[in-house]
Write a protein that binds this ligand. Structure first.
Ligand code: FPP
Length: 249
């Protein structure tokens, strides 16, 4: 039986963030080069997006390329950029068919022109879709995002738009790339690594973390359902006690 049937549809996380890790190791296991693993990883992306939409997840953010990934061998960076362009272009009709809206966060201006153009086109073509929102984190890192936010906050404070003494969490959130996106309730990382790797540090403050040894190219629909089921067993206390939560039910 599919794990899907056991999911409580009333308690599905509205936003799931995923660190897709293990493509290189998966490829090595197959006797192939790392790039083959990234290509295979696209099939997992397709599967997971479909599975998430089926159970009513509203947002999926995928860590597709980090600021630090620019330091990989040029051949791999070029291949990843080409893969992004070809995948985004090939998948856009399918995204529309499935009512999926594409968005992106990160230092997008640092992407190659062809990649940025394809991305903007797909974002535009899917902008009216009302189902799942697929957010690609590209040339993204939390530290980059926070530095960028601080620069804009300081600039606005200088202009008198903002008073430094009045700054609250809500203000900070308005300066992050995710200002129109709710915080993730669940963060999944594949491949047995237990790190957050500069991903959504602010936004994951109260997220539940789920780590699996499965390598990203092997992560499919059932794996996502399993992660959601595991999330549904967690008690989310937000700093309160278990008793307080029971009393307010
Ligand atoms: C990490 O595995 C994976 C990446 C850095 C790239 C992920 C990108 C894709 C799956 C393509 C996605 C495409 C779209 C359009 C979303 P790794 O290379 O670090 O693996 P390793 O840890 O085994 O070396």
């Amino acid at each position: 039986m599919s794990h899907k049937n056991s999911i409580d549809l009333q308690k599905v996380p509205q936003h799931i963030a995923i660190i897709m890790d293990g493509n290189g190791r998966w490829a090595k296991q197959q006797g192939e080069n790392r790039i083959y693993g990234h290509y295979e990883g696209v099939n997992s992306v397709r599967d997971v997006v479909e599975a998430a939409g089926e159970v009513g997840v509203k947002y999926i953010t995928l860590y597709a390329f980090s600021t630090e990934n620019w330091n990989r061998p040029k051949e791999e960076v070029d291949a990843l950029m080409e893969l992004l362009v070809s995948t985004i272009s090939a998948e856009t009709p399918q995204l529309n068919k499935k009512n999926v809206r594409l968005q992106a966060i990160g230092n997008l201006n640092s992407l190659p022109t062809a990649c940025l153009q394809e991305l903007n086109e797909s974002i535009d073509l899917t902008s009216k879709n009302t189902g799942l929102t697929l957010v690609l984190a590209l040339s993204y890192s939390s530290k980059w995002e926070l530095i960028d936010a601080v620069k804009h906050i300081v600039a606005d404070a200088k202009k008198g738009v903002l008073n430094a003494d009045d700054i609250t969490e809500k203000h900070i959130e308005q300066y992050l790339c995710t200002r129109h996106i709710p915080d993730p309730e669940l963060m999944i990382r594949t491949s047995g690594e237990h790190r957050i790797s500069n991903f959504l540090l602010w936004q994951l403050a109260y997220a539940e973390f789920y780590f699996t040894d499965t390598l990203w190219p092997d992560f499919r629909k059932e794996d996502l359902y399993e992660a959601i089921l595991n999330y549904q067993t967690r008690e989310r206390r937000f700093g309160k006690t278990s008793e307080q939560l029971t009393q307010s039910k």
